[in-house]
Write a protein that binds this ligand. Structure first.
Ligand code: UDP
Ligand code: MG
Length: 324
């Protein structure tokens, strides 16, 4: 495998004020690696001047490329688009807000040259996050680890280098509910880790609120584990067994002694408890059925509306579409 070209993929959503500072910090570092570098912005349906900024940047620099979605499809989709469009010997995925410091890139490249095929950035400091965000993130990792087999390296974020083979493997995973971190771990390959410290977001706010993070966490668990579905077999089995024992107890009690009719509260409590359990299990089945529905529709992951500095994909250049 050659180690000559490197493409940095950056998903952007309404980051107009970040484009300048990002280019200023990133480009000299890439120049310093001595590689044939390029930067691919994936605009995830920004509604501000992000694309104008990128076009201006690309006008003066042929190493800058971009593709722009027709609307906001989400960061996971933007990363998928970048991985499909890049054709360098290695790619790096990073955020636009400089929370993934460009200064760490030479360490990624060194690990790659030393033979790693996936290099994970691992956040050392987490002081930049709120207590709540840290607590919910820890809780998620604990649940995910228990259910999906604990294959997710701790503290890794979407700051990752992938070599050609790993990118090709990622591009074969065509699912709609995308939990990219889990997918990195799933494809395997020789991995290495680069620790880095993440500063505060320089400009603007995080684009992820707790509801978005919860949906993402459910995606992560549902796409890598069927335990939430299967566990009802055991829960249901245990409850039925307990009910049988209870029934036997009543039978014997009635035969030996006499029938009495107390226990109204316990009936109400058990009805409410077991209808709760049933609704919960139905809801979990619903989570999976909903995802199956999303998958079988086989819609494209994203729609590209514009490209800068690169060839337009088939969907916006219909004359180039392959014959069906
Ligand atoms: N982003 C995106 N689409 C989205 C949300 C975010 O492309 O729907 C980009 C955003 O522009 C940034 C990166 O993903 O480059 C990380 O976003 P953010 O900093 O808001 O996330 P956090 O650092 O809080 O995880
Ligand atoms: Mg950020």
């Amino acid at each position: 495998m050659p180690h000559q070209s490197l493409c940095v993929i950056i998903p952007v959503l309404n980051e107009e004020r970040m484009i300048g500072p990002l280019a200023e910090a990133l480009f000299p570092v890439l120049e310093g690696t001595g590689l044939d570098w390029s930067v691919l912005f994936v605009d995830d349906g920004s509604t501000d001047g992000t694309m104008a900024g990128i076009r201006a940047l690309a006008a003066g620099n042929p190493r800058v490329k971009a593709l722009s979605f027709s609307r906001n499809f989400g960061k996971e989709q933007a990363m998928a688009a970048g991985l499909r469009a890049a054709d360098a010997d290695a790619v790096i995925l990073m955020d636009a807000d400089l929370q993934h410091p460009p200064a760490a890139i030479p360490a990624f490249v060194a690990q790659w040259k030393a033979g790693a095929q996936i290099v994970y950035g691992q956040r050392g400091n987490r002081e930049a996050d709120s207590f709540m965000r840290r607590a919910t993130s820890d809780a998620f990792h604990a649940v995910y680890g228990a259910m999906a087999g604990g294959r997710l390296p701790r503290g890794i974020v979407d700051f990752v280098l992938l070599d050609r083979a790993a990118v090709a493997a990622m591009n074969r995973l065509d699912e709609r509910a995308r939990f990219t971190k889990g997918m990195f771990a799933w494809i395997g390959f020789r991995a290495a880790v680069v620790p880095f410290d993440s500063p505060d977001r320089l400009i603007g706010e995080t684009r992820f609120n707790y509801l978005k993070l919860l949906r993402f966490a459910l995606d992560g668990i549902a796409s890598f584990s069927t335990l939430p579905l299967r566990m009802w077999t055991y829960i249901g089995g245990t409850i039925s067994l307990l009910a049988l024992i209870y029934a036997a107890y009543f039978l014997i009690k009635t035969l030996l002694f006499h029938t009495d009719v107390p226990g109204f509260p316990s009936i109400i409590v058990s009805i409410m408890f077991f209808s709760g359990v049933q609704l919960l299990s139905l809801g979990i089945i619903g989570e999976y059925v909903g995802r199956i529905f999303e998958e079988v529709k086989r819609r494209p992951l994203y729609i590209v509306a514009e490209t800068v500095g690169m060839e337009a994909p088939a969907e916006i250049a219909p004359d180039k579409a392959p014959d069906a």
